[in-house]
Design a protein around this ligand. Structure first.
Ligand code: BG6
Length: 522
């Protein structure tokens, strides 16, 4: 992973003398964004690159070339770039945006048109002449997966992705965004087509959750401390819950979301990534292959369900009208662009197991959904009951089990709940919660996930990117669930409903309560 050094040689951003990530600042680069007129570009990519620029974490000579179908010239795109920056950073001086924008360009055309790619090639060649030696290029595909292969083929035909084998020529890297396919078959087909033109080391598959500081912190908590790892197994851990709850609905993404559904949108990537980090074996070192080897091993150990067991272990739901923060919210099928008859799930709760020595018998309860009561992503690890109580008449079941909660967002930090004596003459037990918020301790807000990931891609570090085998493994786990549910949701288990602003359907509660356990209310 990359961390810039400032003038004093400290790692920029943390000021530490010793850091695990003392590498050089990125070299000159050109970033080409396909899908430059889309939501991801304006909401996340431009603000993240600008933030790096503002923090002096980019080389002075970089260029950004936006590409999209929308006809626009450089000035038109720069205007949009400026709006995107201002909507995120309200008080940025106009001059600074102007300086940034001098490095911003635009090429328009269709993604399957050779003309657009030869115009792009000419533009890139002319930018190259401004550098003493040609810079590396990153092609960011902020596009639906259905056009990835067109773009990659055109890039390849135009000679824009070839790297000389001797490593003498500058790098050519391609970043793609999830969803990586629609199911196992389509994911394999995309993969095959990409591999016709690119080597694995050129492909950077983004799951932005991996760029979040708190997600990376799962590994720090487990492997930079001695106190938790000895307890991190089925001898001491009773069960684990992972929640990715969103209060927002589908925003303006009905076209994508109604086809994908929540299992593809969140489980296939963010959920399985967090599960892997929390449950995998210690990698030999924090490098791309070691970390990703362990993740792949973990995914291979997750229980596979037979079609007849799916409905008992995977609950799918869709939100109906409800109240959220006092505001009336429409049902999913009333959202703009969603067909009235849609059976797409906006919520999934699941119970699964990891079939290996460490985790045998420990249930992992996972839930994610749109329009839930609060936005929160967290991992809650509940430890077993004490084996025997010396505090007569209190029995082990009278004492709350210890719980360690890793708060991924929005209150980044962690919390440990222990049992303690309440003050007073009597022997009364109570919860002693120990809550730590990163912002109180490190006095800094975590950076936007895309900042870290873009820097890592520039540095050629793929530790926080997804390797092709884990895509295959995740789809081979989830495709049978999708097949059991059926194309129009008419298969195993019913589509349950839940009011917007709640914590999901009652069936999701029954899933965990059947085991005498409860979902945490974060
Ligand atoms: C995206 C999903 O990957 O993650 C969205 O496609 C979801 O549907 C988003 O809203 C959540 O990300 P975050 O960072 O807001 O938790």
């Amino acid at each position: 992973m990359l961390e810039n050094k400032n003038e004093n040689g400290d790692a920029a951003g943390c000021g530490c003398e010793k850091s695990v990530c003392m590498e050089n600042p990125p070299n000159s680069f050109i970033l080409v964004i396909f899908g430059a007129s889309g939501d991801l570009t304006y909401r996340k990519l431009i603000p993240s690159i600008f933030s790096l620029f503002q923090k002096d974490m980019l080389p002075s000579d970089f260029h950004i070339v936006g590409c999209a179908r929308t006809p626009m010239d450089d000035l038109g795109f720069r205007k949009k770039v400026a709006e995107s920056i201002r909507s995120k950073y309200k008080s940025i001086p106009a001059k600074m945006i102007e300086v940034f924008n001098q490095n911003v360009h635009y090429v328009s055309g269709a993604y399957d048109s050779p003309e657009m790619f030869s115009a792009l090639s000419a533009r890139l060649d002319s930018l190259d002449t401004q550098y003493p030696t040609p810079p590396g290029r990153i092609y960011y595909l902020a596009l639906p997966a259905s056009v990835y292969t067109d773009v990659i083929e055109q890039l390849s035909n135009a000679g824009l992705v070839s790297e000389k084998r001797d490593g003498a020529s500058p790098y050519r890297r391609v970043i793609i965004e999830k969803p990586f396919g629609y199911d196992l078959e389509s994911a394999r087909s995309i993969e095959r087509q990409m591999k016709n033109h690119l080597a694995e080391k050129q492909i950077y598959r983004i799951d932005h959750y991996l760029g979040k500081d708190t997600v990376q912190n799962i590994l720090m908590l487990r492997f930079a401390n001695m106190i938790f790892e000895p307890l991190w197994n089925n001898k001491y851990i009773d069960f684990v819950q992972i929640t990715v709850a969103e209060s927002i609905g589908i925003e303006h993404r009905a076209g994508y979301f109604d086809k994908a559904g929540l299992l593809r949108d969140i489980f296939q990537n963010h959920m399985l990534e967090m599960l892997s980090l929390v449950a995998m074996e210690p990698p030999a070192s924090f490098d791309a292959d070691s970390v990703r080897d362990e993740k792949a091993k973990l995914l291979r150990s997750i229980k596979r369900y037979k079609p007849e067991d799916v409905s008992a272990n995977f609950i799918r739901g869709q939100y109906t009208q409800g109240i959220q923060n006092g505001e009336k919210i429409c049902s999913y099928v009333e959202e703009d662009g969603v067909p009235q008859t849609s059976t797409t799930e906006t919520f999934v709760a699941a119970k699964t197991f990891i079939n290996n020595w460490r985790w045998n018998g420990v249930p992992f309860y996972l839930r994610a959904g749109k329009r839930l009561k609060r936005r929160v992503s967290e991992i809650a690890v509940t430890f077993k009951k004490i084996p025997h109580s010396i505090f007569n008449p209190l029995q082990p079941e009278d004492l709350h089990q210890n719980m360690l909660v890793l708060n991924v967002q929005p209150e980044e930090g962690f919390a440990l709940n222990i049992q303690a004596k309440k003050p007073g003459a009597k022997l009364c037990m109570g919860d002693l919660p120990m809550d730590f918020f990163y912002r109180d301790i490190f006095k800094d807000e975590p950076p936007e996930a895309y900042e870290r990931l873009l820097l890592d891609c520039m540095a050629g570090d793929s530790t926080l990117f997804i390797r092709n085998d884990t895509i295959d493994l995740s789809w081979s786990l989830l495709t049978p669930i999708l097949e059991a549910w059926g194309e129009n949701g008419s298969g195993a288990g019913k589509l349950c409903s839940y009011p917007a602003g709640s914590w999901g359907p009652k069936e999701a509660f029954s899933l965990i309560e059947a085991d005498n356990r409860k979902w945490r209310e974060p």
